[in-house]
Design a protein around this ligand. Structure first.
Ligand SMILES: [Zn+2]
Length: 354
């Protein structure tokens, strides 16, 4: 569709746009704070990412600027994971330096780590919400940023007229998708609930007063991480309030935890998660090495989160077989709202040993 030079120009333009959009966030996510946010990690760099990166400090992760910079070919060919340094993996512009340090100390600073599981989950969930909310808000600014860039592209003598037309058509599709996929107003209620807990004290009693929480400890190694907020999608789109979920290191560092948090009183909407999922725990693994519980969890994570980090050894192992292809196909199908059976094994395993 485009020649080499055009491809390079468009990719560069889109990449610049998304990077700029992600930095657009003007003030800290903490209520009432107007300070400028810093770039922070949703997973701790030293305590978590450092443990799963390769010798050069690289991991594979979902990276919005990268995805949108070459959207036409990305999802189908190279997939949604990109190789990059842990300095950039899972980062976002959410909190000012003061709040980023102060609020997350109990999950960040080794000497001050909490042993309270509810505080632990709450802080991770709050960071996940901030990550998704802030990143999606930024992505929404791309259309207006693009309008400004268009004129310059049209005047560029290196680009054929037909290519400009094609580029415009693709961008319109992407922008329509952004508009449909990211409705940032839906986060308000969830956000307010988190802020009520922050105000009243991050204690189990207070947290349970505002949220329904479920978590399952998984005896698996830290090869994959996921964290964020969003609509829960498990086969069909529902107009239901957003939730936070994640796959995070266990509080004592011995395995992983899958957790799910929703605003109090919505538990019945999430019947599958609160009722069915915990019943799948035994046995965790079947004789073929797969587990019904882990299949549902990995499907849920991929269908609902855009903040995923993978250990390079796992990525490479999956790449050697059809697993990576299957995972990309599954991810694309869920983005396109195709009908999916949440409990079906999709031909990849994020929980395998590497
Ligand atoms: Zn602040």
């Amino acid at each position: 569709m485009y020649n080499k030079i055009e491809k390079k120009i468009f990719k560069h333009t889109n990449g610049e746009l998304t990077k700029k959009a992600l930095k657009e966030q003007r003030c800290c996510y903490f209520p009432g704070c107007s300070k400028k946010p810093i770039k922070s990690h949703s997973f701790q760099k030293r305590a978590v990412l450092n443990k799963i990166c390769d010798k050069s400090g690289n991991v594979y992760f979902t990276d919005l600027p990268n995805t949108y910079s070459d959207y036409e070919t990305k999802l189908e060919n190279t997939g949604f994971l990109h190789k990059g340094h842990i300095n950039d993996a899972s980062t976002f512009f959410g909190f000012c330096s003061e709040h980023d340090t102060e609020i997350f100390k109990p999950i960040e600073v080794e000497t001050e780590l909490t042993d309270n599981i509810y505080e632990y989950l709450f802080l991770y969930a709050y960071r996940g919400l901030a990550y998704s909310h802030v990143s999606e808000k930024s992505i929404k600014t791309i259309p207006s940023l693009l309008t400004k860039k268009k004129a310059a592209l049209e005047k560029n003598p290196k680009i054929e007229n037909q290519s400009i037309v094609n580029y415009r058509v693709t961008q319109e599709i992407v922008l329509a998708m952004i508009k449909e996929r990211y409705n940032v107003d839906k986060y308000q209620v969830l956000k307010q609930h988190f802020e009520k807990v922050l105000k009243n004290g991050i204690e189990e009693k207070v947290i349970k007063q505002f949220f329904d929480i479920m978590y399952i400890k998984l005896p698996v190694s830290m090869n994959c991480l996921a964290l964020g907020a969003g609509d829960l999608y498990f086969g069909e789109r529902h107009e239901e309030p957003p939730i936070c979920q994640g796959l995070i290191p266990d509080i004592d560092g011995t395995g992983m935890i899958y957790f799910f948090i929703c605003v109090k009183g919505q538990k019945h909407l999430y019947h599958l998660i609160f009722e069915i999922l915990p019943q799948c725990t035994s046995p965790i693994f079947l004789s073929d090495g797969r587990s019904p519980l882990l299949v549902i969890i990995q499907n849920l994570l991929l269908m609902n989160l855009e903040n995923i980090v993978i250990r390079p050894e796992l990525y490479n192992k999956m790449k050697e077989t059809d697993e990576m292809k299957n995972m990309n196909r599954f991810y694309t199908a869920s983005i396109l709202n195709q009908n999916i059976q949440i409990s079906n094994f999709q031909g990849f395993n994020l929980f395998q040993n590497v």
